[in-house]
Write a protein of this length. Structure first.
Lengths: 526, 328
């Protein structure tokens, strides 16, 4: 089915998320939709899938104008959307998810649903057990189930919003194979991403959005990556002649975007202070964290007998699938969880019994992945967050506001001192969280520090973290992005089902080696 | 007939209004709406049911009026909380107080007036079965209906597509919306049906179990019903078990009054409520991370069975309970 939009407009307050978009997605092809965070990709997709109603313009399926009053209407018209965080029901089983509110006639009975589920899964190369509780599935499997559900409900246009975030390499391969197959069968696939490499690998055409406007229309792939970067970020960012700072940015864009390091015409320099340069060795000081025989469990995952030492000025990356135990280690390191056995020393001292408060007093900070629930208080402003850090009984409003203004200037946070944190974009929230870390901190544990951020925001976060590291701070971060792990870690620990690999040093890191370990190869029988 | 069968039969009968109220509330909360007005609804519906049955001399009209009162109060709650986006708890609480006072005011002429009641109706044949007969089949229609209601609600929630959609509304309304379910209208409907069942609970009191009307005739029943729904983990069979447990406690407390005449009667009136709190705390222990950690540090031989038991007992509430739905 062909999807076309004409003069489509959608504004949120003063922000024009989609500004007079006119484009056409031909049937039987995979179309990439590129753009940095906030470019309007998701808005466009939600308009087509009926989640949002346009302020102006029209949406046409196969030339017929569609008036979509909700996602149900879009699905009846044959358009289904898989969200980045799949909109499914964790309390139900896979089969119940498939059956829930399925259109009349699409699935006759429970038995028919079960058969349809296994048949579609087999055909698409997916692995979803009908009776598995959804809460036990990985994000990748939940996504597969959503695709199966939409197809079962009669979708002929599939929209996938950042589908490769948080899924494994094998699941990505399975997903791409399935999408190619669906396109070959005449379905239309809209693939939203900011990962250039994936778009290059998968898509037949690509269109690029920037600030709500269409800046590249239906470009047949392959398109040179430099050209795509130019379109996404504007000409300035992709200009390699912009000088020192510009070069740093380009390098990171390359590694973050998954491009080979030598893709540019000129030999791009490495990031200063990285890649085994002498500074790394010089600033590696005494141990910030020492763990001896630590075991802990959270839910069904148990971390057993972990011993390691993390020195000041080191960056340690934690790799592994979701639910392999990385968050347990991060929580142990920051005092949010107590070990069942073993000892944790911070700066050579045991903070036994002390919770996160004692750890923070010792200079240990935690940047959680769930920024709004665990990291900050959505309704409070940056000023109020700085006020919270004060120790006096009365709030020194002026000092707090001064600190907030300084942080906003220093960290280029797009906010006023009184904007509620909840109103900031993901990148600005993460920068604000980082700005709240006191300057004299000794160790930072970050969970997915750049998840959901666009390339430029992710780069800005890392520039800040690297500054901290140069000041002698040890950094431990968990990430699902192998390129990020390889680009920034001095050493990487791979987690597999609660077991932790020996540290892999920078020199031995490669995507292939990491991918093997993440998949459990090389952990041995014990 | 020995003491035990009499006691069990009394428990089944005594729990009947609670069954109606808790099944209604289970439905409502499974769809993600908290109807906190239960206590007021039951009182007002009991009063209206009695007044209507007295004046029309029709029990059926009395029950119908009670259901209508419950449905109307649920409609007001739905409008204020689902359409006008006010806090469900605040609106429900205010409605509970309002309906309580309204029942006292409107019900003044009916206090201690004799009136009609649901006739005793043993089921021929079945009633003379040994043991089961006197326990199950020597009641009246309202109590038989309460016995049938539990499997009916269970079947609706867990065996039908409608139930799947209904539960989706309480677990993640955004997901239901993505599947094309009209979230707010469906929540209206479920809340109104649940409210009607709560209203019927009032009629079961005033026309059957505690015949007649007096000031604050059923005071406290609604609050205990809300607690029982939590105790039952929003699962009909367990909720029903909670109702029978509470009824048994009440009857036992009544009997103890004559056994221990030295103890003030208030102690026995309050005892079931206090015991209910203890039971609630025990059941919901599992949500406490400290308890989870304790279990984790048990010796391995003991850990497995304790963990299995705890995970059987634990019953998480519908994930979106009480949350307003915002269309994206």
């Amino acid at each position: 089915m062909e999807v076309a939009v004409h003069n489509l407009c959608k504004a949120f307050g003063a922000v024009r998320a989609n500004d007079d978009l006119t484009l056409r997605f031909a049937a039987g092809q995979i179309h990439g939709v590129l753009g940095e965070n906030g470019a309007g990709k998701s808005t466009l997709m939600k308009l087509i899938a009926g989640f949002l109603r346009p302020d102006g313009g029209s949406i046409r399926f196969d030339g017929r104008e569609a008036s979509l009053h909700g996602p149900g209407a879009a699905l009846r018209a044959g358009v289904g959307m898989v969200h980045q965080d799949p909109l499914d029901l964790p309390a139900f089983t896979a089969l119940e998810n498939l059956l829930c509110a399925a259109p009349r006639g699409a699935i006759g009975s429970r038995a028919a649903g079960r058969q349809l589920l296994s048949e579609l899964a087999r055909r698409l190369g997916f692995t979803v057990e009908p009776d598995a509780p959804l809460a036990s599935l990985t994000v990748g499997q939940r996504q597969q189930l959503e695709i199966i559900r939409l197809l079962a409900c009669g979708a002929r246009v599939l929209i996938l919003d950042e589908p490769t975030t948080g899924i494994t390499a094998a699941q990505t391969r399975a997903l791409f194979a399935a999408l190619r197959r669906l396109a070959a069968e005449g379905n239309t696939v809209l693939f939203v991403s900011h990962k250039l490499e994936e778009v290059a690998e998968l898509c037949d055409t690509v269109c690029v959005l920037r600030a709500g406007r269409l800046v590249g229309e239906q470009l047949p792939m392959p398109v040179p990556q430099r050209r795509l970067l130019e379109l996404m970020f504007g000409a300035a960012v992709a200009q390699p002649t912009a000088g020192g700072a510009g070069e740093v940015r380009i390098t990171a864009l390359r590694s973050e975007g998954g491009l080979p390091a030598n893709a540019g015409e000129d030999g791009t320099p490495a990031l200063p202070g990285l890649h085994g340069s002498p500074t790394t060795e010089r600033i590696a000081g005494e141990a910030v964290w020492q763990l001896a025989g630590v075991s802990a469990r959270a839910g069904s995952v148990a971390l057993r007998d972990v011993s390691l030492s993390i020195a000041a000025g080191r960056i340690v990356g934690l790799a592994g699938l979701d639910g392999s135990g990385q968050p347990i280690l991060l929580r142990l390191l920051t005092g949010r969880m107590r070990p069942e056995t073993g000892h944790i020393l911070v700066n050579g001292r045991a903070l036994s019994g002390g919770g996160s408060r004692a750890y923070r007093a010792a200079g240990i900070e935690y940047l959680p992945a769930d920024r709004l629930n665990e990291g900050m208080i959505g309704a409070l402003s940056l000023t109020e967050h700085f006020a919270l850090l004060q120790n006096a009984a009365l709030v020194d409003q002026r000092a707090a506001e001064r600190a907030a203004r300084a942080a906003i200037a220093d960290y280029a946070i797009k906010a006023t001192p009184v904007t509620p944190i909840r109103a900031l974009s993901g990148g600005n929230q993460q920068r604000a969280l980082l700005a709240l870390v006191p300057p004299d901190c000794r160790g930072i544990a970050c969970e997915q520090p750049t998840r959901g951020l666009d390339v430029a925001s992710a780069q800005a976060i890392w520039r800040r973290l690297l500054e901290r590291r140069l000041a002698g701070c040890a950094i431990v971060f968990a990430s699902a992005d192998l390129d990020e792990l390889i680009a920034y870690s001095d050493e990487v620990l791979v987690f597999f089902a609660g077991r932790v690999s020996a540290p892999l040093h920078r020199a031995e890191l490669s995507v292939a080696r990491l991918a093997e370990l993440i998949g459990g190869v090389g952990f041995g029988g014990g | 007939m020995d003491q035990v069968t009499i006691f069990l039969a009394a428990v089944l009968a005594g729990a009947a209004p609670l069954i109606f109220a808790t099944m209604g509330e289970t439905l409502t909360e499974r769809a993600g709406v908290i109807n906190l007005s239960l206590d007021g609804t039951i009182l007002l519906a009991a009063m209206i049911a009695f007044a209507v049955a007295l004046n029309t001399n029709s029990l059926l009209l009395g029950f119908g009026a009670a259901a209508l009162v419950g449905a109307l109060i649920a409609l007001v709650l739905s409008f204020l909380s689902l359409s006008l986006r006010q806090s469900q708890t605040a609106v429900g609480f205010v409605l509970a107080l309002l309906c309580t006072e309204l029942s006292s005011f409107l019900g003044a002429p009916f206090v201690r007036v004799p009136g009609p009641s649901v006739p005793f109706m043993p089921i021929p044949g079945l009633a003379s079965l040994p043991l089961i007969g006197p326990i199950l089949f020597r009641h009246d229609l309202a109590i038989y209906a309460s016995l049938l209601l539990v499997p009916l609600i269970w079947w609706l929630l867990f065996q039908t597509r409608t139930g799947l959609t209904l539960r989706a509304l309480g677990e993640r309304p955004q997901a239901a919306f993505a599947r094309g379910v009209p979230v707010v209208p469906t929540r209206y409907l479920v809340t109104i049906v649940g409210g009607a069942l709560v209203g019927i609970a009032g009629a079961v009191y005033s026309l059957d179990l505690k015949q007649g009307w007096s000031y604050r005739h059923t005071f406290g029943a609604g609050w205990i019903a809300l607690a029982i729904v939590i105790f039952g983990g929003w699962r009909p069979w367990r909720v029903a078990l909670g109702c029978y447990l509470f009824a048994a406690l009440e009857i036992l407390a009544l009997r103890m009054q004559s056994v221990l005449p030295g103890v003030p009667t208030q102690v026995f009136q309050v005892a079931p409520f206090a015991l209910m709190i203890v039971v609630l705390a025990l059941v919901n222990l599992t949500g406490n991370p400290r308890v989870t950690r304790r279990i984790g540090s048990l010796p391995p031989g003991l850990r497995q069975p304790v963990q299995a038991l705890v995970s059987r007992i634990s019953a998480p509430p519908p994930a979106a309970l009480g949350q307003p739905f915002e269309r994206p």
